[in-house]
Design a protein. Structure first.
Length: 194
């Protein structure tokens, strides 16, 4: 081997060693997205990508206002997600290249449309308890883990069985005036009694 070639190899090895020690080369998604990537609005306002909805809901108690323009459509939307399993979107659409009607009564007004979408995923997320059998008894001191196991097995305690008679007594005393007022205003038969 020639001296020049040995110098090149030695230089290359020194450079490789220096780079491997001094640089921590890594490709990580967090380097590109400095903030957490969450659910984003589609063109229509509901959660999704472009014109395709997806299963990523916003967090509970979230509200979003979105504006989207994709000629000839212009969307303005308001989306609310009060629960992890529910999303409602009100959408107002304007079609820029279509007139509302004949010029003699609509003038220069473009065509508009409104829409309302509701997505309820209780059944998919196992929040729906309407199909489960209801059990009576005293579950007022039952740990929540046991109640979750009951739900998994296909039955749940009734609402009344979750609270003791003493708890009912306290609630009736605290809210007596409200219950009396509602009885007069909306009628005794319309008040939910447990």
């Amino acid at each position: 081997m020639t001296k020049g070639f040995v110098k090149i190899i030695a230089g290359f090895l020194k450079l490789s060693l220096a780079l491997s020690i001094s640089l921590n080369l890594s490709a990580n998604l967090d380097h590109y997205y400095l903030h957490p990537v969450g659910p984003t609005p589609s063109n229509f306002g509901n959660t999704g990508i472009f014109e395709m909805p997806n299963a990523r809901f916003m967090g509970p108690a979230s509200l979003r206002i979105a504006f989207s323009s994709s000629y000839p459509y212009e969307y303005t939307s308001l989306t609310a997600s009060p629960f992890e399993w529910f999303e409602a979107t009100y959408r107002y659409t304007e079609l820029k290249n279509r007139k509302y009607g004949q010029a003699f009564y609509s003038g220069n007004q473009s065509l508009k449309d409104k829409g309302f979408d509701v997505i309820d995923t209780r059944r998919e997320l196992k929040h729906d308890i309407s199909a489960l059998s209801k059990e009576t008894g005293d579950y007022s001191t039952t740990p929540i883990s046991v109640i979750k196991d009951m739900k998994r097995d296909g039955y749940v305690p009734t609402v009344k069985s979750l609270y003791s008679a003493a708890t009912y007594g306290i609630i009736e005393n605290v809210y007596k005036e409200d219950i009396d007022l509602y009885s007069v205003q909306i009628g005794e038969q319309n008040i939910l009694r447990l």
